[in-house]
Design a protein around this ligand. Structure first.
Ligand code: NOJ
Length: 708
């Protein structure tokens, strides 16, 4: 059903509803927290939505809901964040950050399509994904959930995964609702302290944090989740200018808004801006929240508030209209349960796609002729805490972690860790693989650096698999220190002292500080959380079975004190560096090597057509995919503008020796800035256009363009 017709139907139904039925529609019940009996009671009361309930339990709730007076179907939401990972048998994709290394919207769309199909097959309707916060202060515990640091890239990839989740038609049985979150500025909380205040002006909000959400709305994202935190002292839960004026009036968002977990109560208990829940309920609804996640007392509080002041009904009516419209548009009244595709959860087609997605995440950051492994290497030692740790490889949001951490959950096959991948490929290539964990993520009596050292001594080459573990990732897991924890650096130093070729493999939720490893390794691979076949993909890259093409969507600091170190900073820093650290990050946004080399030349930009032309050549000896990034710099502007700003990118696959003439269309708004009055304008004048293979000056070629 089209949105307008759905709206009409929703309005007709709304007219028949009692106040109690309306307020109940706004309530989202946490199934796992309250349990089955309490959930059934809420279904009988007409609760609009439940979260974290799977399969048959969801079906039971739906049956109860359908028997209520108006039989309004329930909407089931789930955190299918990188695949439908709370279901034991689902396909687990790379984390958002890892998948962003592909810089490939089609890849993200495929992940979305498959995840949606699996969620729908579980009878559920809605994923709380994607995260469109930016990972700029990498001490934040949730950087793994972002598409990295750049608003443009995050917007493009976010829109793509939304298209994958939602498809063309919300009533399609294999598609589900997406939820762009967390609106807004959540990743920028001061000190990277999860859910703290974001000290930010509205101008900055519009310039940096709003654009990915604007793209999500443009892509038709049906729902938006409000952030936990506050901006300049105003909780997002009651930020009507952002939730209503900007989101609905300016961006034209026409779906519904859900709060984050218990946001309504937080207004009283944590943020202390309301005296009681009744005030909080009124304020949350009035600001533009349509559905209230998990604050069940909202129901009584809102009923009381309307009884006291009937004008509050208006916000309730608006909210219920928004929710019912989406339920109609999804066709839930005719067919409340999505059918999905029976048998597809974790099927071969899907897991093959997970392997392909993992290959696309592999990002080569250094290679002094160590990779792919030469035939002279006969024995390899795989060492380190993340070589054989599926929990660390998955990262957050699978059955091991959220929403009810279960670290003792038995790991469910299929998956391949890095060690296993190396063993499988070693067999095939006649290379002996030795393994030792060496140490954990935290110092422990089981650490055995000596054993690892002895093992390394027997090998021709060493692979050091380091990173973080799930206790160091996610909500409320912000880190003050981003260096490798436990005895990992010490282990590396001992192994490096053997003087053998050594490759560092970073399997982590985010950039960690690895200056020692970067300096002393012959090769560095970043894989982040690669999902079920993350380990296999790295091993395949090591053995040269494919040519890696990942590029960083985020910069790597040399030291925690260098954070934030994003590429698109504003100019003006006297001396441009700390006196005790080099200016540049350890690895910059956009970096990523290949087993071949590329050249970009003959860059031209046409101010009339806004087209950028260039010649791309493969100058190495292997076929490979280049990622060409286009940045602009506004040479003179009324407010400070970034030293570089990503405005376009494209991939080119080239055979060795092949040359292609390529072009990219830019848009006029790629040159816009947000002026001091908060308006988006293109100021006439000169712009530098930079094109190349990373955000680093030395990887870029430049030309000028004048816009009038
Ligand atoms: C809290 C998280 O902030 C949000 O991202 C998630 O979707 C909800 N909880 C539901 O689990």
């Amino acid at each position: 059903m089209k949105r307008n017709e759905a709206k009409q139907k929703a309005a007709e139904l709304l007219a028949k509803m009692t106040l109690e039925e309306k307020v109940a529609q706004m309530v989202q019940v946490p199934y796992k927290m309250v349990g089955r009996e309490e959930s059934i009671r809420w279904a009988e009361m007409g609760a609009g939505s439940f979260l974290h309930v799977l399969g048959d339990d969801a079906r039971e709730i739906q049956r109860v809901a359908r028997k209520t007076r108006l039989g309004i179907p329930v909407l089931f939401g789930i955190d299918a964040i990188h695949g439908h990972g709370l279901n034991d048998h689902a396909t687990i994709f790379p984390s958002q950050l890892a998948a962003a290394c592909s810089w490939d919207p089609e890849q993200l769309e495929t992940i979305g399509t498959i995840t949606a199909r699996e969620v729908a097959t579980d009878g559920l309707h809605w994923t709380f994904s994607p995260v469109l916060c930016l990972g700029r202060d990498t001490r934040w515990g949730r950087v793994d959930e972002t598409f990295g640091e750049d608003p443009f890239l995050a917007g493009i990839l976010g829109a793509a995964i939304i298209r994958g989740y939602q498809g063309e038609d919300l009533s399609d049985h294999e598609h589900i609702l997406a939820c762009a979150k967390h609106y807004l500025g959540y990743g920028e909380a001061v000190g990277a302290r999860d859910a703290c205040d974001t000290e930010c002006t509205m101008r900055k909000i519009r310039e940096v944090f709003l654009p990915p959400f604007a793209r999500a709305v443009e892509a038709g994202c049906a729902t938006i989740m409000t952030a936990y935190g506050s901006i300049d002292g105003t909780p997002l839960t009651i930020h009507r200018p952002l939730l209503h004026d900007v989101l609905r009036d300016e961006l034209g968002f026409d779906g519904f808004v859900v709060t984050d977990w218990d946001n309504a109560r937080s207004l009283v208990t944590r943020q202390q801006v309301m005296e009681n829940l009744e005030e909080a309920a009124v304020a949350a609804a009035a600001a533009g929240n349509d559905m209230i996640m998990t604050t069940l007392e909202f129901y009584d509080a809102m009923l009381k508030a309307v009884a006291r002041d009937p004008r509050q009904l208006r916000a309730v009516d608006d909210a219920v209209l928004h929710i019912l419209t989406i339920k109609y548009e999804m066709g839930l009244f005719e067919q409340p349960e999505k059918k999905g595709r029976p048998g597809c959860i974790g099927c071969r087609e899907h897991t093959d796609a997970a392997l392909e997605a993992a290959r696309r995440t592999v990002t080569l950051l250094k290679n002094e002729d160590m990779l792919p492994l030469s035939r002279a290497i006969r024995t390899v030692a795989v060492i380190g805490p993340n070589a054989d740790d599926i929990q660390a490889q998955y990262g957050d949001w699978t059955y091991f972690s959220h929403p009810m951490p279960d670290k003792d959950h038995p790991p469910v096959r299929p998956f391949v860790t890095f060690r296993e991948g190396m063993e499988q490929l070693g067999d095939r290539h006649g290379v002996r693989i030795l393994y030792a964990r060496g140490c954990g993520h935290l110092p422990s009596p089981e650490d055995n650096l000596e054993e690892a050292f002895q093992l390394g001594a027997q090998a021709d080459a060493i692979f050091f698999a380091c990173g973080d573990m799930i206790d160091q990732i996610g909500e409320s897991k912000d880190r003050a220190d981003l260096s490798l924890s436990g005895r990992q650096d010490e282990l590396f130093a001992r192994l490096a002292a053997l003087g053998k070729p050594i490759c560092t493999v970073l399997i982590s939720s985010k950039p960690l500080c690895i200056p020692l490893e970067a300096d002393r390794s012959g090769a560095v691979i970043c894989a982040f959380n690669g999902g079920m076949f993350g380990g296999q993909a790295i091993a395949e890259a090591v053995f040269g079975e494919f040519n890696p093409s990942g590029h960083l969507p985020i910069s790597f600091p040399r030291h925690s004190g260098q954070v934030p170190v994003y590429y698109n900073f504003l100019p003006g820093w006297h001396n441009g560096k700390y006196c005790d650290l080099p200016a540049a990050p350890l690895y910059a946004f956009g970096e990523g090597l290949s087993y071949t080399t590329f050249r970009l030349e003959n860059l031209r930009a046409d101010p009339e057509t806004l087209q950028v032309h260039f010649r791309l050549s493969n100058t190495g000896s292997r076929a490979g995919t280049a990622l060409v990034q286009i940045y602009q710099q506004d040479l003179v502007s009324s407010v400070l503008t970034p030293v570089k700003r990503l405005i376009a990118f494209t991939h080119g696959f080239l055979e060795p020796g092949q040359t292609e003439e390529m072009s990219i269309f830019l848009a006029r708004e790629d040159f816009a800035l947000i002026n001091a009055a908060g308006k988006s304008v293109v100021e006439p004048g000169q712009f530098r256009i930079l094109a190349g293979f990373s955000s680093k000056d030395e990887d870029l070629t430049e030309t000028m363009i004048r816009l009038s």
